[in-house]
Design a protein around this ligand. Structure first.
Ligand code: BTN
Length: 259
C-alpha cells in the first residue's frame, strides 16, 4: 500500500510548540534520522530541531537492533535536545509519555514497557532510541529518536508480524501523521519544560509502566536476572526481586515478560 508523503506545510500550520519542531529538517529518505540530527547538532542547530524522514534505509533500534521504516507509513524522527544535567535521564521517561498522550487523542490506550517501548496489548507501537554526547564544558546533546507505527501493517513483514502493532491496526483506519506529530511534540515540550523547572517524570512514567508486577527476565550486559519487576528508582532503573529475595537494580538493557 502506498501512503501520501509527509506534508510539511500542513504540519507547520498545526504546530503549537515554542521550540520543538520549529526548525525542521525533512528528508524523504535517509540512512537514519539519528545521523541527520547529529550532523545538524555539529552545525550548531538549535534545541528542538527535528530531523524527520519518510523512509530510512538503515534505521536503528536499541541494543544494536535494526528498525524497519517503510516509505511514508509511520512517524520517524529524531529530536535534538540540550538538557541541563538534572533533566538528562528524564528524557527517556518523557519521550514514551509524550507518545502515550498523543496516541490517546486517537483513542488508542497505550502502556509503556520498561524502559521506553510503547505498546498496545503487549505489541510494540513505538520505540525510543536515545543517543547522547557530552561536549566540552559539559553541555550535553541528546538525540531522541522515535519510531511510531502509524499506518504501517506489521503483518506484511516477517520480522514484525507477531510483535508489533500500529495505530491503523488498532483503529481499523489510517491516521494523518501531521496532526499526530504536532500533538506529540506539544506534549513532549510541555513535559520537557516541566522537568527543566524541577518536576520529576518518574511518577507519571511509573503509572504507565505495564512491566511492574510482572515476572521478568532482564538481559544485562554481563548477566541475566529473573524475578518480579517490583519498582523503578528515581533514575529510571528497574528493581527486580529475585526468587532468593534480593532486590537487583537493572540500569540498562531489555526485559522480556515471563508468563
Ligand atoms: C527501539 O525500540 O529499539 C528504538 C527504535 C527507535 C527507532 C527510531 S526511528 C527514528 C530514529 N532513527 C533511527 O534510526 N532510530 C530511531
Amino acid at each position: 500500500m502506498t501512503h501520501p508523503p509527509f506534508d510539511v506545510t500542513r504540519f507547520h500550520g498545526l504546530l503549537r510548540t515554542d521550540a520543538f519542531g520549529r526548525n525542521l529538517i525533512f528528508e524523504p529518505i535517509v540512512g537514519s534520522t539519528m545521523d541527520l540530527a547529529r550532523d545538524a547538532a555539529h552545525h550548531a542547530a538549535p534545541e528542538g530541531t527535528l530531523a524527520l524522514a519518510d523512509e530510512q534505509t538503515a534505521g536503528r533500534g536499541r541494543l544494536g537492533r535494526s528498525w524497519l521504516t517503510p516509505p511514508a507509513a509511520n512517524l520517524t524522527f529524531t529530536l535534538l535536545l540540550q538538557p541541563p544535567a538534572s533533566v538528562l535521564r528524564q528524557v527517556a521517561m518523557m519521550a514514551p509519555l509524550a507518545i502515550v498522550h498523543a496516541v490517546e487523542e486517537t483513542d488508542v490506550r497505550a502502556t509503556i514497557k520498561w524502559p521506553n517501548d510503547v505498546q498496545v496489548g503487549g505489541k510494540k507501537l513505538a520505540g525510543v532510541l536515545i543517543e547522547s554526547e557530552i561536549e566540552a564544558g559539559s553541555t550535553s546533546v541528546v538525540l531522541c529518536g522515535i519510531g511510531l507505527n502509524v499506518n504501517f501493517d506489521p503483518r506484511a513483514h516477517e520480522e514484525t508480524r507477531d510483535i508489533a502493532t500500529s495505530l491503523a491496526v488498532e483503529l481499523g483506519r489510517n491516521v494523518r501523521r501531521e496532526p499526530l506529530l504536532a500533538s506529540l511534540l506539544l506534549h513532549f515540550e510541555r513535559l520537557y519544560v516541566e522537568a527543566t523547572s524541577g518536576a520529576s517524570m518518574r511518577e507519571a512514567w511509573r503509572d504507565r509502566l505495564a512491566t511492574l508486577g510482572q515476572q521478568v527476565r532482564a538481559t544485562m550486559p554481563d548477566r541475566i536476572v529473573e524475578g518480579v519487576a517490583e519498582d523503578v528508582d528515581e533514575t529510571g532503573a528497574l528493581l527486580v526481586r529475585t526468587a532468593d529475595n534480593r532486590l537487583v537494580t537493572v540500569e540498562a538493557g531489555d526485559v522480556t515478560l515471563r508468563r
